[in-house]
Write a protein that binds this ligand. Structure first.
Ligand SMILES: Cc1cc2nc3c(=O)[nH]c(=O)nc-3n(C[C@H](O)[C@H](O)[C@H](O)COP(=O)(O)OP(=O)(O)OC[C@H]3O[C@@H](n4cnc5c(N)ncnc54)[C@H](O)[C@@H]3O)c2cc1C
Length: 706
């Protein structure tokens, strides 16, 4: 408990920007309860609505205990459509998801399953549900977090960040203090519960450029190329084209050849187009970018409107739990246990070889330790932070790390927990012209405005709750300033050479860095991405609900810096030590200064310029290079896309996993299938790739079984 309080207060200190959101959340939550209650009342009789709303208010004030009790028991027993304050239907909960036949620990204790999947997140639920298509095998998913199903905070869009830092939904992993970012407290938010991070991410649908995927193949992973990526990725999605009226309001373009039509995850272009997007795009064009008609075909270099994983039938988040798990859970061969924290994988020697075989998994549920046995394979899908920790606690990893943990080395695999790469960037906040008609998320902070606006939106079939992160621009550094781009490339080459000479580079890293240098020289591959957040996403600005804002967030696509994630104790509840090593290379830091200047230049370009009243964060007082450096140092953060901790690489090049061919090195039936296996970073947000990894892993496992 004490730990929880300390953690919450630390998060609050370092993530002040969340506080306005959290306030909104509580207000909104109150409104939901109030509305749900009145809806409940309405189910029972035909008295006028105001009477029930009045009764609900009196009850809430006079007898909050009774109110909550009624609310909870009702909401648990009587799932149904959920409405916004104005009555627009947002959620339509299917009975399938509510009545899912989950198992208990007693059902599975010491039982044997063909496949055990560790982690019911983005990749984990994908691989598990595909494996369970074969009714002759049994599949068990063990998820550390709660079910969190049928939950408004997850399913209703536009609540960006509302679940972050909340232990019911989020791990909020502490990060080792970084000298290069002012020794501040940092946290890595990651989803906890069914759906994993697909349940608490910002539902921007994004795929990498073809060259980034092909680079993974060149690093020693045959078959890991764009054609394969696209094949599996399209299997994940069903794209719903924008409605005609949407296309009239905004010139959306897309190419059906690049879009899946039969996958479980529902993708669409959010119907509430953000008015600023057009202006940003026009300003980007003046700064040398081109519009991309469809960024899902292997070319993302330019400015474009992103799709979101929102289901247009219900306008709710489409994510791993409702897309992959819900439609399949009724299968007799599919078992899921939530609140089951896996502590280690049980291994035994394969007689006559050095290979280890996974015989089962140990987990903790309701404070008790259990084991399950596995017949065929264990699939580790616990994400970038937890997958290496579980491997290490099972005796697989760097001998010195295992030695510190006090356990015997089962497989000497120095790549585990190394090669961690994260997209790093910062936020700049601008206040928009009140006469520009821009409605941004700050408006939702005021309950009165929220109610008034929602009535208007409802009449038009729109609403801020149907907004996504849509404005994306990806570009090579040369767009910003040719000379600076050249200087950056020179510095990168010099730094890599210096490390090489000093013998500082671990095996295999030089290959990766060489690829990165080639990518930097290639104008078709982006080096920087800028996204526009429709509101305030910064710890430094408290939004005024009567105003509208944008946050402009640039980040580096392919940083040189490499971090580590290692277990520090054998306590499975303790987080591993995350050391992202932000700005290990000076060039990674210096280029951020150019991003800062480019954002200012962009916001000073018409037609965007005229709709901006002022820069609020950091504000024009931040002028000199030293000021800018200071700002970046104090505000840079990892933007939630860490990869690499179980890199898919040849063993002699610090690889942990060789997913495409066989299992984790030194084992006969253990694989990692989550975003941690990417050996080199991609110019994309990572969820579509995590799903794609799940799809591909399932196919490989099925093929191997045959
Ligand atoms: C705040 C935020 C916003 C983001 N926004 C976007 C976005 O808009 N677009 C995008 O493309 N990407 C986004 N991402 C990134 C993307 O969502 C993730 O990279 C991706 O979902 C990771 O998938 P995964 O399967 O590797 O891990 P996860 O989905 O995190 O799954 C890991 C699962 O394992 C479980 N687990 C962990 N340890 C154990 C254990 N010991 N025992 C049992 N279970 C365990 C976890 O609880 C979790 O459910 C965002 C990420 C964050 C944090």
């Amino acid at each position: 408990m004490t730990q929880l309080v300390i953690l919450s207060s630390n998060i609050a200190k370092s993530w002040n920007w969340l506080l306005p959101n959290m306030q909104v959340r509580h207000e909104q939550f109150g409104a939901w309860i109030y509305f749900r209650f009145s809806l409940f009342s309405r189910c029972l009789s035909t008295l006028p609505q105001w009477w029930y709303e009045f009764t609900a208010c009196v009850m809430m004030i006079k007898s909050p205990g009774m109110f909550w009790k009624t609310y909870w028991s009702f909401s648990k027993r009587c799932p149904g459509p959920i409405y916004t304050e104005d009555g627009a239907q947002l959620l339509n909960i299917t009975s399938a998801i509510v009545n899912m036949p989950f198992v208990t620990s007693a059902d599975i204790f010491q039982k044997e399953f063909d496949y055990v999947v560790v982690g019911g997140g983005t990749s984990g639920l994908t691989v598990a549900s595909r494996l369970a298509e074969n009714l002759s095998v049994s599949v068990l998913v063990l998820e550390a977090g709660p079910k969190n199903l049928n939950d408004d905070l997850i399913e209703i869009p536009a609540q960006f960040g509302y679940t972050l830092g909340n232990p019911q939904y989020d791990w909020a992993f502490p990060v080792a203090k970084q000298k290069t970012t002012g020794n501040k407290d940092h946290f890595w938010f990651r989803g906890k519960g069914l759906g994993g991070t697909s349940a608490n991410n910002f539902y921007l649908w994004s795929k990498p450029p073809a060259q980034d995927v092909d680079a993974i193949e060149k690093l020693g992973n045959p078959g890991w190329n764009w054609a394969q990526y696209q094949k599996y990725s399209m299997k994940v999605e069903t794209f719903h084209p924008p409605a005609e009226e949407q296309t009239r309001a905004y010139p959306h373009t897309f190419n059906p050849a690049y879009r899946g039509t039969e996958g479980p995850v529902q993708i669409t272009i959010p119907p509430h187009a953000h008015t600023i997007d057009k202006l940003v795009q026009a300003a980007m064009l003046k700064n040398g970018l081109q519009v991309i008609d469809d960024p899902y075909g292997g070319n993302v270099t330019g400015t474009w409107i992103a799709s979101s994983n929102i289901d247009p039938k219900t306008w709710t988040r489409s994510y791993a739990a409702n897309a992959y798990l819900a439609p399949n859970i009724a299968r007799d061969n599919f078992y899921v246990l939530a609140d089951a924290l896996v502590s280690r994988i049980l291994l035994k020697d394969v007689i006559g070889s050095e290979i280890k075989m996974a015989t089962g998994v140990e987990f903790i549920h309701n404070s008790r330790k259990y084991t399950v046995k596995v017949r065929k394979e264990v699939i580790l899908s616990a994400g970038t932070v937890k997958s290496p920790q579980i491997l290490e606690m099972s005796g697989i990893g760097r001998p010195e790390v295992l030695h510190k943990l006090g356990i015997e080395t089962q497989v000497d695999l120095p790549g585990v927990g190394e090669n961690v790469q994260e997209h790093v960037g910062f936020d700049m906040v601008y206040e928009l012209d009140p006469n520009g008609g821009h409605e941004t998320l700050a408006l939702l902070a005021d309950p009165v405005i929220r109610r008034l606006r929602s009535v208007v939106y409802s009449a038009q079939g729109k609403g801020l709750n149907r907004l996504g992160l849509t404005s994306v621009s990806c570009f090579p550094h040369s767009i910003m300033e040719e000379n600076q781009a050249r200087a950056h490339l020179k510095q990168v080459e010099a730094e890599v050479q210096e490390r090489c000479k000093a013998g500082d580079l671990p095996a295999g890293l030089l290959d990766q860095l060489k690829h990165q240098i080639t990518a930097l020289k290639d104008e078709a591959i982006p080096d920087c991405e800028i996204i526009i957040f429709p509101g305030v996403f910064s710890q430094n600005v408290k939004p005024d609900p009567a105003k509208s804002y944008i946050t402009v967030a640039p980040f580096q696509n392919h940083p040189l810096s490499r971090g580590t994630i290692h277990a520090e104790t054998m306590d499975p509840f303790a987080p591993p030590k995350i050391d992202p090593n932000y700005f290990e290379y000076r060039s990674d830091f210096n280029i951020q200064i150019q991003y800062f200047k480019f954002v200012r230049q962009l916001c000073d370009t018409e037609p965007l310029k005229s709709d901006i009243v002022q820069e609020l964060d950091p504000g024009l007082g931040c002028k000199s290079d030293a000021d800018i450096e200071d700002f970046i140092r104090n505000n840079a953060f990892g933007i939630f896309h860490a990869i690499g901790s179980c890199s898919m690489l040849p063993r002699e090049k610090q690889g942990s996993d060789y997913l495409l061919h066989r299992q984790v090195y030194g084992t006969s039936n253990l694989r990692v299938a989550d975003i941690s296996i990417l050996p080199i970073h991609i110019a994309a947000h990572t969820q579509a790739t995590a799903y794609m990894i799940g799809e591909k892993a399932a196919d490989l496992i099925k093929a191997d079984a045959e």
